[in-house]
Design a protein around this ligand. Structure first.
Ligand SMILES: Cc1cc2nc3c(=O)[nH]c(=O)nc-3n(C[C@H](O)[C@H](O)[C@H](O)COP(=O)(O)O)c2cc1C
Length: 157
């Protein structure tokens, strides 16, 4: 059976909240999904999941350092994540604060690793974005994204 992981970095809880909503929606869509802070995840752990979802606060328009380090550590397994499903999300302080460039940075790393990333024509296109603490709009986007990741992953695996 397919399984998935949502990995996040979060200092003040906003990204963690998004991660938990996404993971819950994935589990409720019948894709067994773990939700872990990046400090509890090693690069080799990623090999055992069919879908990998990564969430970061926006730090100067990029992902937080510990998440970049995790991607860098996967170089040992380069090519072995090929064909898995990937997705990303981000929390920032301000509209125009770099949410989407952060998501695109994560997606770029995922594409280099060979992950399959699905956009969304009707929801947040690149991945859910939040300004500060997730509000009801963000919650809906996270649920929608979780459901879509689960659907795609179950189709492929
Ligand atoms: C080092 C640092 C850099 C940040 N850079 C940005 C930024 O470029 N744009 C922005 O809108 N917010 C920026 N923020 C704010 C965080 O992205 C925002 O508070 C986010 O919601 C924090 O997520 P968390 O609660 O999961 O830690 C920055 C915060 C820190 C600590």
């Amino acid at each position: 059976m397919a399984k998935a992981i949502v990995i996040y970095y979060s200092r003040s809880g906003n990204t963690k909240e998004m991660a938990e909503i996404i993971a819950k929606a994935m589990n409720e869509s019948d894709l067994p999904t773990e939700c872990k802070s990046v400090d509890k995840v090693k690069a080799e752990d990623l090999l055992s999941y069919d879908a990998i979802v990564v969430g970061s606060p926006t730090y100067y328009g990029h992902m937080a350092g510990p998440l970049k380090q995790l991607f860098d550590d996967t170089v040992t397994y380069h090519g072995k994540l090929d064909g898995k499903v990937g997705a990303a999300f981000s929390s920032a302080a301000n509209i125009g604060g770099g949410n989407e460039t952060t998501i695109m940075g994560i997606i770029e790393a995922m594409l280099i690793a060979g992950l399959i990333v699905q956009g969304d024509p009707k929801g947040d296109h690149y991945g859910p974005v939040s300004i500060g603490k997730p509000d009801q709009r963000v919650e809906r986007q996270c649920v929608r994204r979780g459901q879509r990741i689960a659907e795609l992953t179950k189709k492929l695996f």
